[in-house]
Design a protein around this ligand. Structure first.
Ligand SMILES: NC(=O)c1ccc[n+]([C@@H]2O[C@H](COP(=O)([O-])OP(=O)(O)OC[C@H]3O[C@@H](n4cnc5c(N)ncnc54)[C@H](O)[C@@H]3O)[C@@H](O)[C@H]2O)c1
Length: 390
């Protein structure tokens, strides 16, 4: 019997592997919990599932093992070699390898749904998991046309799937997880659980879900900075963003379908925060020699009193994976907590973690953070309310 099962869609990707190895390293105190918001007050006061009572598994379609992916992270200078070679991390990677099943990809239907649901149920039952969180960190999919015609009720959806309807793999994984009453977190811009029938399915099965697309870099900055222009009533005339990255995510985003899904997700926040839509572009270039070390560049043209024209430019260089993995650990633990607390449906209070939050129209980083604390304060205990105040 274990307290928590974590099922990773795409465990041999950079983010999946760094989350699994990072979890083991933090648990063994080989790495400090830098970047983990659940490791510091007030969230560390929550009754979170302990880090040491967990089992990982996942669905993967690539040929690389999780251990190979972790070696790649060492070669890129993201994780220290001594940490991933330490016995607790090696043991966690070996245990995960034994739990990885062949995934599904592309547009898939009822057979895939049944197979995925079976894999998840066997994992849960084999380990007697009290709770299971399914985390999607697979490559970004293209968003297919016609999703608005998918039946809006769970029964209608299942009937259509049995009749030959095919959905993107991310939605099939989400449907299987929610149908079993498991928690589902979509860290990618792919469809995942964001279909009316899956929202209804989560409510019907008492499952929780959250998404979409982890807010780790450029959008994190954008949603911290754009409120400044709004508060001071400075008119933003244009906001041009560009990303250069060379990892496998970058390679996947070189394909126009997935790139459009990512650009849509990255573009969601600006108009919502400013209240108007300035001229805006989000470019993504794949340059393999950059590896995981992404460069994100922003140029903002804005106007002040008397029409004075001003600009702000900033460049951010960061390891995409190092920024993403702690968020994944936080999301897993917070989704498991919500499940344990008997919540159901969309976890809108987790909006601070996402570029395109499901169930929330709030994009301003600080207000999202306060909403998260506000939601969790009753769980933490009223005495900590004072500590949470800025
Ligand atoms: N790194 C970040 O900062 C960040 C931020 C937000 C979102 N994301 C998203 O997280 C996802 C993962 O990023 P990454 O850098 O780890 O990418 P990656 O390419 O290194 O890993 C993706 C993994 O998913 C596997 N995969 C692809 N399709 C699959 C499927 N249908 N079923 C099972 N496995 C599948 C691949 O084989 C690969 O192992 C991407 O969608 C990315 O856009 C990443």
């Amino acid at each position: 019997m274990v307290a928590l099962g974590v099922w990773v869609i795409g465990p041999a990707g950079n983010v999946g592997a760094c989350t699994i190895a990072g979890w083991a390293a933090v648990r063994a105190e080989l790495l400090p919990p830098t970047g983990l918001v659940t490791a510091a007050p007030p969230l560390s006061e929550l009754p979170l599932a302990p880090l040491d009572d967990v089992v990982f598994g996942g669905h993967e379609i690539g040929g690389r093992s999780v251990a190979d992916a972790v070696r790649g992270l060492v070669a890129e200078g993201i994780l220290p070699a001594a940490v991933v070679e330490a016995a607790p991390v090696r043991a966690a990677l070996a245990a995960t390898a034994a739990e990885v099943c062949r995934g599904v990809t592309g547009l898939v239907g009822w057979d895939a749904f049944e197979r995925v649901r079976g894999d998840l149920a066997r994992f849960r039952d084999r380990h007697g998991c009290a709770h299971v969180v399914v985390l999607n960190v697979a490559s970004t999919e293209a968003r297919p046309d016609g999703l608005e015609q998918v039946p809006a009720t769970p029964d209608g959806l299942f009937e259509a799937l049995r009749g030959g309807l095919r959905l993107p793999a991310s939605a099939i994984y989400a449907a299987a997880a929610l149908d079993l009453g498991l928690a589902y977190v979509n860290f990618t811009p792919s469809t995942g659980s964001d279909l009316p029938a899956l929202h209804a399915l989560a409510l019907a099965r008492g499952a929780v879900h959250a998404g979409s697309d982890g807010k780790t870099g450029q959008t994190l900055i954008k949603t911290a900075l754009a409120p400044m222009f709004a508060i001071r009533r400075l008119q933003v005339n244009s906001w041009v963003s560009h990303n250069i990255l060379g990892n496998d995510d970058g390679r996947a985003l070189d394909d126009p379908g997935p790139r459009a899904a990512k650009q849509h997700s990255k573009g969601a926040s600006l108009a919502a925060i400013l209240g108007y839509a300035p001229e805006s572009r989000v470019g993504i270039d794949y340059v393999p020699s950059y590896g995981d070390w992404k460069v994100a560049w922003d140029r903002i043209c804005f106007e002040g009193f008397g029409g004075a024209q001003m600009t702000l430019e900033l460049t951010w260089r960061g390891s995409d994976t190092s920024l993403a993995a702690p968020l994944c650990i936080d999301l897993i633990r917070l989704a498991a907590l919500a499940q344990r607390q008997g919540e159901r449906g969309v976890l809108a209070h987790l909006a601070v973690f996402f570029k395109n939050p499901i169930g929330s129209s709030e994009h301003r980083l600080e207000l999202q953070w306060l909403a998260l604390i506000g939601h969790l304060l009753p769980v933490i205990g009223a005495d900590l309310a004072v500590e949470a105040a800025p």
